[in-house]
Design a protein around this ligand. Structure first.
Ligand SMILES: NC(=O)C1=CN([C@@H]2O[C@H](COP(=O)(O)OP(=O)(O)OC[C@H]3O[C@@H](n4cnc5c(N)ncnc54)[C@H](OP(=O)(O)O)[C@@H]3O)[C@@H](O)[C@H]2O)C=CC1
Ligand SMILES: CC(C)CCC[C@@H](C)[C@H]1CC[C@H]2C3=CC=C4C[C@@H](O)CC[C@]4(C)[C@H]3CC[C@]12C
Length: 469
């Protein structure tokens, strides 16, 4: 493969959609004979993927143990770790949960099965995803928001009204649940990595030849199993959906321990609004980096099935046993500010989508949008068109919407106040993730759009924070 084609494949360049034919698994496939053209050439270093695959699952278990068993006291944990050594920490934090538990399965399996059923049965508009690097067009059913409301309603009816199960028990079995999720998703990642090699769902697949990298990064961009879209399931219907339910379980536990604090209410309400926004925008997420560029492997699938439930909810987990009395004015102020941030973040995603969907025939902040009509070349050398927006949020900086994203996360963490750094782990992780993402996205867009991207960068010179970065 030529260097140009390698760069194009790695950066996610595009193939012919006009040759598409619909297939039974809901992905329209293009006529792409040369699989190498779309297989990822990033053989990557083995070390970083191997390190993350081994360290992250252990880290997640130790991290939640610090919150649940050490009461979020990092110093006490450090003292015990220094005294007992790393093996003892593994023996107490990881080994007891490594094979999962039956009780945890009783929570996880019905939830997963219910989500799969909703994906299949809940009505929704048939929506086309973006053209993939191999020229395929994934087709989705846009039923995320309705599925989310049904899930919340069924959860509240079964948990709080008919008391078929006790949501507070999820907190009591939390370490078992995360242990079971770890086991399940590590095996799941192996299955989908092999599936991509042996039985790929579309031509957007291929192995690098390095099994560790393939496990970490994945071998397919759009895997489907029996018609279910794997990434939509892991990222949206499992990860994002369980995020909301875990929060309700922690709130139920706090209530069981005495009373529900306003700090818990503020944190949970803001995150539920954020998750509602996510499902409202779910089809937009299907056009994001995670879906268009990152394959279904350990990073994405394990991340969404374990990292999201354990880290993205950790501040609220901490709040369960550390309630604070914020008072009505402070609570209302935090919620109001949080809603503003979530709205601004949503509005930026919406502006970009609207401008592209209307071919620039709309208004952005009350004016005709300033746009660059960019062209780019597919890995087969075909020319395609796209629009880069230079006004509105996209004129402030190239990823200004990350600022309200991070501020919202800070606002739903702040009810934990400042007695421990542990609740601030998520927001710190988010700053690193989004900074890295802004850099990664810039490299990808520069490769894709070339001089058009340079023109945009000249007009909008900062990546995230104007005059700073
Ligand atoms: N909480 C969390 O963990 C995270 C949350 N998020 C949130 O998810 C959402 C999506 O974020 P993310 O996936 O990072 O993607 P972005 O919203 O940053 O979008 C990046 C893509 O948008 C297109 N693009 C870039 N600049 C322009 C422009 N000026 N005009 C038009 N299109 C442009 C390019 O794609 P193309 O190839 O189509 O041109 C680019 O690859 C955001 O709201 C973000 O805050 C993101 C990451 C983590
Ligand atoms: C291996 C791990 C250390 C790293 C795992 C990272 C993933 C869990 C996350 C990487 C990107 C994240 C997301 C991107 C965009 C999103 C849209 C937003 O509105 C909601 C959150 C999310 C789906 C988010 C979820 C976690 C990641 C996939």
């Amino acid at each position: 493969m030529s260097t140009k084609r390698r760069a194009a494949a790695a950066s996610g360049a595009w193939h012919r959609p006009e040759d598409s034919t619909a297939t039974a698994n809901g992905i329209k496939t293009g006529k792409v004979e040369d699989k190498q053209a779309v297989s990822y050439t990033v053989t990557g270093s083995t070390f970083v993927p191997a390190f993350l695959v081994f360290v992250c699952p252990v880290f997640a278990m130790v991290f939640i143990r610090i919150i649940v068993e050490f009461d979020g006291d990092l110093l006490e944990f450090a003292r015990v770790a220094a005294r007992d050594g790393p093996l003892q920490i593994l023996k107490t934090s990881v080994f007891p949960y490594v094979f999962g538990s039956r009780r945890a399965c009783e929570f996880i399996l019905p939830f997963a099965a219910f989500q799969l059923l909703l994906m299949r049965l809940v009505p929704g508009k048939t929506t086309r995803g973006p053209v993939t690097p191999a020229g395929n067009i994934p087709i989705y059913k846009a039923n995320g928001l309705l599925s989310y409301f049904i899930t919340l309603a069924v959860f509240c009816l079964c948990g709080f009204v008919f008391k078929i199960f006790n949501p507070a028990e999820v907190y009591d079995h939390y370490q078992e649940i995360i242990g079971t999720l770890n086991l399940f998703s590590l095996v799941f990642c192996l299955v989908i990595s092999l599936k991509g090699k042996l039985l790929p769902s579309s031509t957007d697949s291929g192995a690098s030849g390095n099994p560790i990298f393939d496990y970490y990064w994945g071998t397919e961009l759009y895997p489907r199993i029996l018609g279910w879209d794997v990434k939509m399931f892991t990222n949206c219907r499992f990860g994002m959906m369980s995020w909301g339910l875990f929060l309700l379980c922690y709130a139920a536990k706090q209530y069981q321990l005495g009373s529900l604090s306003d700090s818990m209410v503020v944190s949970v309400v803001l995150q539920l609004i954020y998750i509602t926004k996510f499902f409202q925008w779910e089809m937009g997420y299907m056009k994001s980096l995670d879906i268009m560029h990152d394959r279904a492997g350990f990073m994405l699938c394990w991340g969404c099935m374990v990292w999201v439930p354990s880290v993205y909810t950790s501040h609220t987990l901490y709040l369960t046993t550390h309630p604070n009395d914020l008072g009505l004015p402070v609570s209302v102020a935090i919620i109001a500010l949080g809603i503003f941030c979530i709205f601004f973040n949503y509005d930026a995603d919406r502006q970009r989508e609207q401008v592209r969907n209307t071919d620039g025939n709309c208004t952005v902040w009350g004016r005709k949008p300033e746009i660059i009509r960019a062209t780019f070349h597919t890995s087969e050398g075909q020319e395609r068109k796209s629009i880069l927006l230079m006004s509105g949020w996209w004129g402030v900086s190239r990823h200004f919407h990350y600022v309200p994203e991070i501020t919202a996360a800070f606002l739903w963490t702040i009810p934990a106040l400042f007695s421990s750094p542990i609740p601030y782990f998520y927001v710190t992780f988010l700053v690193i993730l989004l900074t890295h993402r802004a850099i990664r996205d810039d490299v990808r867009c520069a490769e894709k759009y070339g001089e058009f991207w340079n023109e945009y960068c000249k007009k909008v010179p900062y990546k995230i924070i104007p005059f700073i970065f």
